[in-house]
Write a protein that binds this ligand. Sequence first.
Ligand code: PDD
Length: 280
Amino acid sequence: RTVYVNGDYLPETEAKVSIFDRGFLMADAVYEVTSVLGGKLVDFAGHTARLQRSLSELEMVAPCTMDELLAIHRELVARNDLDEGGIYLQITRGAAEDRDFVWPDPEKVPAGIVLFTFAKPLVDNKTLDEGIKVISVEDQRWARRDIKTTQLLYPSFAKMQAKKAGAADAWLVEDGFVTEGSANNAYIVKDGVIITRQLSTEILHGITRAAILRFAREAQMQVEERPFTIAEAQAADEAFVTSATGFAQPVIAIDGATIGTGVPGTISKRLREIYTEEMR
Ligand code: PDD
């Protein structure tokens, strides 16, 4: 693969970053994952808007303009001949001379930037058709989940617990209510109503979530943005998750309890179809 690192396009084996990079030492970095469908970037404007918000919340200065970022994304798609999959982008607070909890002056230490592509079937994908099982775990992440930082140890830990329990993913629970999935937004469907937690600092403002809710409302489906419990989810007719790399993905069991009839629900499947059609 050809990757992008701090201004250069390089073979992945030649790309290097400093051991003092604050992304590496302190997870002092933000990221975005944009999906690529038929060689085209999906909802890039949404991803850059969220990126700019993450950067400004952390007082980080982008190393380039958003137009330059778009050009780099397109160049990587072309150089890697990418048809379906995604692009990972990470911006770090750069490599200060030493390890310090105090942020360096952005005038003296420029931000670091890394991008790479990955291939993944997004449309024809068996697990997306069959649905996944999830378990619930306590949400022990920091409280600013609306900022997309690379502090992913807890979500990764939660996903490992799911794997050990024979499930594919974890739903995170705080004060008895589901916040979101380890790397996706969580939904249930009851009596035709799509229920998902409202936006706040407690969850990531999913770009796919915004599109799915817009398409659902356009299709005259009912949407309720409010928290729900695991018990309510287990008694729901359907459940699903959304993310850039999974689109809408059905959930068929939660903590061992089958959802609905144990197969992907009609609304989940319909939303997946609509999303794919609209984004193609
Ligand atoms: N994860 N919630 C969390 C905690 C996430 O990490 C993600 C995305 C989402 C969905 O956001 P979006 O629809 O914008 O992808 C929700 C990415 C895909 C990842 O970490 O790989």
